[in-house]
Ligand binder design. Structure first.
Ligand SMILES: *Cc1c(COP(=O)(O)O)cnc(C)c1O
Length: 364
């Protein structure tokens, strides 16, 4: 990424972009189009919604945690009429509730369903295939939009096979990059739908970008320096192999949970089938403050843990175990947590680190 800036209208750049777009499709597991924006994930959310919907359109969204709430708030801000299925931030999407709302929509006013695949704030992965099945069972034509910001490159995701119309992602989670690139991966149904809607936005417009991308270029200056990083991160993913990468994430997440349950810390996620392979959110025992624990660990051991977001502020801390992450990094992380809890005089069962080591070696 430190390379000198490449002329984004020159031939070398065009070739790089064509390679990247092809490789990205393999990660999203799609034959559709992947659109790259110079944006964070929030921009990619807005891009997807504004390409597809107009103010007043009805969409259905499900509350799995802070990110689902932020996306819903964004949708309302741009004028969409959001049917919000409230959740407790402790379970994944219950597809039956989606099915119920779709069934009740006799006039087929719901244009889209918005789901967060891996809810990073609560450490919950939802079953998006079950949501697809609910749409199919009802025979509802609404588009299915899935936020895969923290699941792509960590958790199985098959856009075409699972019938996902739009997948939204960003560079800084499983793709192991700095922030700065946002992605919309869209299938033919979504593309055609957007063409018909012909929304008034311009900067985010899929068609303009797809047209220029054909020869490897963009309608405006792309974040070209980050493209070198993307090239390298995709190379790393393919070198490891997507399947091996997924089992690595599963194994490290499971080892993290072994430590947590030995300590006696409660997982924010109450459904063992929905445990996230990217992030684990742990609740600190009553009478303690998760942010004070985090700051002790930061000051004493120079390790930064994820904070509780939104209504989980001060109640949970989060361990990220995604991307460029291995056994010894996990063990260092768990050691930092265990030492931090001792320093804060939190009452917990010692031996979480030991239990995680045994779990890891047993599996060899
Ligand atoms: C990080 C994240 C986002 C995007 O956040 P930005 O800060 O805008 O990049 C969106 N959804 C999920 C699930 C995330 O984890």
């Amino acid at each position: 990424m430190g390379k000198p800036t490449l002329d984004h209208r020159g031939p070398a750049f065009g070739e790089l972009v064509i390679r990247l777009l092809n490789d990205l499709k393999k990660i999203f597991q799609t034959e559709g189009h992947v659109i790259i924006y110079p944006s964070s994930g929030t921009g990619a959310w807005e891009a997807a919604l504004t390409n597809l919907f107009k103010p007043g359109d009805k969409v259905l969204a499900y509350e799995t945690g802070h990110f689902a709430l932020l996306w819903k708030t964004l949708a309302e801000k741009i004028g969409l009429d959001v049917i919000w299925i409230q959740g407790d931030w402790r379970h994944g999407v219950r597809a039956a509730e989606i099915e119920e709302k779709l069934n009740a929509d006799h006039q087929r006013q719901i244009k889209g369903v918005m789901i967060v695949h891996n809810e990073t704030s609560s450490g919950i992965t939802s079953d998006v295939q079950a949501v697809r099945k609910a749409l199919d069972k009802v025979g509802h034509e609404a588009l299915l939009l899935v936020d895969v910001v923290s699941s792509l490159g960590t958790t199985p995701f098959y856009q075409d096979a699972w019938g996902i119309d739009v997948a939204i992602c960003a560079s800084q989670k499983g793709l192991m990059m700095p922030p700065g690139l946002g992605f919309n991966s869209i299938n033919e149904k979504a593309r055609e739908y957007a063409k018909k809607i012909n929304s008034q936005q311009s900067y985010w417009n899929w068609e303009k970008i797809i047209a220029m991308n054909e020869t490897g270029y963009f309608p405006y200056t792309p974040a070209s320096g980050l493209f070198f990083g993307l090239e390298e991160s995709l190379k790393m993913i393919f070198e490891e192999g997507l399947e091996i990468l997924i089992t690595r994430h599963q194994r490290l997440a499971a080892a993290c949970r072994v430590a947590a349950s030995t300590w006696g810390l409660e997982n924010q996620c109450l459904d063992s089938k929905a445990y996230s392979d990217s992030t684990t959110a742990l609740i600190v025992p009553a009478g303690h403050n998760a942010d004070e624990l985090r700051s002790t660990i930061l000051n004493q051991f120079n390790m930064s843990l994820g904070s509780g977001l939104g209504k989980l502020k001060s109640k949970v801390f989060r361990i990220g175990h995604l991307g460029d992450f291995n056994e010894l990094m996990l063990m260092a992380t768990l050691s930092g947590v265990e030492m931090g809890m001792s320093l804060k005089k939190i009452s917990f069962q010692k031996g979480g680190v030991q239990a995680a080591m045994e779990f890891i070696t047993k599996g060899r």
